[in-house]
Design a protein around this ligand. Structure first.
Ligand code: MSP
Length: 648
């Protein structure tokens, strides 16, 4: 049976800790890749799992005072829960302590021993337990492990060796003949240099200390954890026990890993093992960069690790957005912020910035304003656009082509950038066509066409972002009234013409990404900063009595309608309901708020301010807004609070 499945893998994780945003990255990206290929209609197989036979895993269990087996069972379960909480949809989760894996490792060991690719010999050298690797004297840095900087031990052992040295030339030839094999391009040279330096045979057994896969026929030894772990990629898909399945899946199309385990293990040892077994090599091995936090290495001892789930929960609590959507924001950030392959730095400030600008201002705004205008002008009924729709068709088609090519090349950041350019074009189109003016002039067919076209852009974006932001995509589809058909849509549906049925009534907008109040996170406001701020506020403001304050009649008001003030770029005219009366106020917020997005929202209003005429328009009251570096952020009240309620 020929290969028919797109196969993507992550490294299998040591079960000595739970993922943080750094090591969850490989799996998040693999999930994006798998979802993307499913969206293209390809049969896809996404494998992840846990690496359980390492000495460091046994050490971690001993430290926790738990039998190793019990410890790995618990952590493998924890990993699966974490992945579920991060919306990771893998097809299989392999554990290296499972029978299906152990049997294949044993069989491979025997076979390579029989054919002479494994032989017995004596070895001594410097060994780093956390990295599970031998190093030569010259590789050490200040006598320490060159990978992690920790102390190494001198180990002398009678061991079994894998004849890695025999594969150097074949590896170099394969790399040369398959330019796409090792990615990104800039890491390829590192591999070539490493191989050209000369490959030594690798010791692939260790003294049996009670944990690991015993060497068949020599139980005083266990199989080296890297030899065992790499085999997961084939043991999970049927190698040596389900030939038909194996042939339909292997070779892997894409194997993802961080740069630390790229050169030596995945680009040298692993392909040489496959060559020894006479198997095809994976099509692409990709070594991505590492994430730091605020410029610092993520480390247990520094205690600076951030869990993606916690980050999403905190964001949900602060913004009021749904947790799943906040999780999508994390996924979006990680795929958008850095070129896949390079290192990245996470900071709350840049994360919040992307949330506010890309998600709330761009995507959220296009959805909200289009649906509010649809509600206002067409009673939320999809209008018959009488041939006027599809005004943004060219950019949709262009974006679909560009984003697809970028995703195929694993250039996720560029793919997202192009989708956001399309969203920006959608927002600009609405601004330029001024639907509010068309409505005033009674040009309803044109207005219908503008809104229909804007909806098409929102729909196209929702399909294309679905691999990155699955929950957000569903939420948009729900608000567009097309959720039922969304599950079966493919990438080619992005460019469908006339995707909405005229006459269908859809719901009003529900903001998906409420803006975050400030671009400075609590975590980043140092104590000094806070103290300085407090001092400044005290200096700035004269203290007043409660009586003085109580002279202000502050009330909750509901915005009934909102429109721009002609000839005044910064002003909006609002009609608001105060429970027992309606008032008109003028507010200088047009730069930051679309009028349609305010309708139905509850604001805080100073009602007993002297009336004034602003640019010739009567204003009887004032809404309250925070001044954030010159930008007005309107104070919205909870929907539950009735209009007219006093604020004190
Ligand atoms: N068990 C081995 C892999 C065996 S695969 C046959 C292993 N496990 S690990 O748990 O230490 O690492 C898993 C993945 O997390 C690796 O791809 C590693 O590069 C990645 N990362 C760990 N910290 C990271 C960051 N700070 N940033 C990005 N990726 C990071 O190695």
């Amino acid at each position: 049976m020929p290969k028919s499945v797109y196969y993507v893998t992550t490294p299998i994780y040591y079960v000595n800790d739970i993922p943080h945003i750094g090591n969850a990255y490989t799996t998040i990206v693999a999930d994006v890749v798998a979802r993307y290929h499913r969206l293209k209609g390809e049969k896809t197989f996404f494998l992840t799992g846990t690496d359980e036979n390492a000495t460091k895993v046994a050490n971690a269990a001993a430290e926790a005072g738990v039998p190793t087996r019990q410890y790995v069972d618990k952590l493998a379960g924890d990993f699966q829960k974490v992945w579920a909480s991060l919306a990771i949809e893998y097809d299989d989760f392999i554990r290296t302590t499972e029978d299906r894996h152990v049997r294949v490792v044993e069989a491979i060991f025997k076979r390579l021993l029989d054919q002479g690719d494994i032989f017995k010999g004596h070895y001594e050298g410097w060994y780093c337990i956390p990295c599970e690797t031998f190093f030569s004297e010259s590789e050490l840095v200040d006598g320490k492990c060159p990978e992690c900087g920790r102390a190494v031990e001198w180990v002398q052992e009678e061991n079994y060796y894998f004849r890695l040295s025999a594969y150097a030339n074949r590896l170099l030839a394969h790399i040369e003949a398959h330019p796409e094999f090792l990615q990104p391009e800039f890491r390829k040279n590192e591999v070539v240099n490493f191989i050209k330096q000369g490959l030594r045979d690798v010791s692939i057994t260790r003294t049996n200390r009670g944990w690991g896969i015993p060497v068949p026929g020599d139980p005083s030894k266990v199989i080296y954890v890297w030899f065992d772990a790499l085999i997961n990629y084939i043991s999970a898909v049927g190698y040596l026990y389900d030939e038909e399945r194996f042939n339909s899946i292997w070779p892997a199309d894409l194997q993802l890993m961080g740069k630390d385990i790229f050169v030596r293990f995945h680009c040298t040892f692993w392909p040489a093992m496959l060559m020894a077994l006479g198997l095809d090599l994976p099509k692409v091995l990709f070594g991505h960069g590492w994430w730091s936090i605020d410029g610092e290495k993520i480390s247990k001892s520094k205690g600076n690790a951030i869990s993606p789930a916690k980050l999403a929960e905190n964001l949900a609590a602060e913004s009021g957005a749904k947790r799943d959507v906040c999780l999508d924001a994390v996924r979006y950030f990680m795929c958008r912020e850095v070129t896949f392959g390079s290192d990245g730095d996470f900071s709350m400030a840049s994360f919040r910035n992307r949330f506010n600008s890309d998600l709330a201002n761009d995507l959220g705004n296009l959805l909200n304003r289009t649906l509010s205008m649809l509600s206002k002008y067409f009673g939320s009924k999809i209008p018959d656009s009488k041939g006027h729709s599809g005004m943004l068709r060219d950019i949709i088609v262009e974006t679909a082509t560009f984003a697809e090519a970028a995703c195929d090349k694993l250039e996720f950041s560029r793919a997202l950038e192009s989708i956001w350019q399309m969203i920006a074009a959608g927002n600009k189109f609405v601004n330029d066509r001024e639907p509010w003016t068309l409505a005033k002039q009674g040009r309803m067919d044109e207005l219908a066409g503008v809104l229909y076209s804007a909806l098409e852009v929102v729909r196209a974006a929702a399909i294309m972002i679905s691999p990155f932001m699955p929950a957000t995509s569903c939420e948009i589809a729900r608000q567009l009234g097309v959720l039922n058909e969304f599950g079966s849509l493919k990438w080619t549906n992005v460019t469908d013409s006339k995707p909405f049925e005229p006459g269908i009534v859809i719901s009003g907008p529900e903001p998906i990404f409420p803006r975050l109040g400030s671009t400075i996170s609590a975590q980043h406001t140092t104590r000094e900063n806070a103290r300085e701020k407090k001092g400044a506020i005290e200096q700035m403001t004269e203290r007043i009595s409660y009586d003085y304050f109580s002279k202000m009649d502050l009330r909750i008001a509901e915005v009934k309608s909102a429109e721009r003030v002609e000839g005044a770029e910064k002003l909006l005219k609002l009609m608001v309901n105060l429970g027992d009366e309606e008032r008109q106020i003028v507010a200088g917020i047009a730069q930051w708020y679309e009028p349609e997005c305010l309708v139905g929202r509850k604001i805080v209003m100073l009602t007993n301010l002297q009336p004034a005429k602003i640019r010739g328009v009567d204003s009887d009251g004032m809404l309250l807004a925070a001044d954030v570096e010159g930008r007005a952020v309107v104070l919205f009240a909870d929907e539950q609070v009735p209009a007219g309620a006093k604020v004190k």
